[in-house]
Design a protein around this ligand. Structure first.
Ligand SMILES: [Zn+2]
Length: 107
C-alpha cells in the first residue's frame, strides 16, 4: 500500500515504476526490465560491475503487473511462431511454397 503523507526516506522507498512511496518491505530492489539495446547494455554492465545502485525499488504490485506482461508477450510470441509454422506447412503441403520460391528465382 502506498504511503500517505510525508514519506520517511529511511523507512520508505519510491517505486521507480509507479513513482509512489511504499514501505521498504512492500517491494524489492530489482534489476530494471530490459526493453531494448540500451537498457540491455546498462543492466548487463551493472550486473558485471556489481553496481547495485543501478537496481531499482519496485513495489510488489508493479512487479506482478510486469511479470504478467512478460508472460502475455511470451504467449503471443509462441502463438505467432505457431501460426507461421502452420501457414508454412500448409503452403508446403499444397505446393504453393515451391511455386512462390520459383517465382523469386530467375528463369
Ligand atoms: Zn509500483
Amino acid at each position: 500500500m502506498a504511503v500517505d503523507g510525508l514519506p520517511d526516506p529511511k523507512r520508505h522507498a519510491i517505486c521507480r515504476k509507479c513513482m509512489q512511496w511504499f514501505d521498504r518491505t512492500a517491494g524489492d530492489l530489482i534489476w530494471p526490465p530490459v526493453n531494448g539495446l540500451m537498457s540491455f547494455v546498462r543492466v548487463r554492465a551493472g550486473k558485471i560491475a556489481d553496481a547495485d545502485k543501478l537496481m531499482q525499488f519496485w513495489c510488489t504490485g508493479c512487479q506482478q503487473r510486469q511479470a504478467e506482461r512478460n508472460r502475455k508477450s511470451k504467449i503471443s510470441a509462441v502463438i505467432a511462431i505457431a501460426v507461421v509454422a502452420v501457414v508454412g506447412a500448409a503452403l508446403w503441403y499444397t505446393g504453393t511454397l515451391a511455386e512462390i520460391m520459383r517465382g523469386f528465382s530467375p528463369r
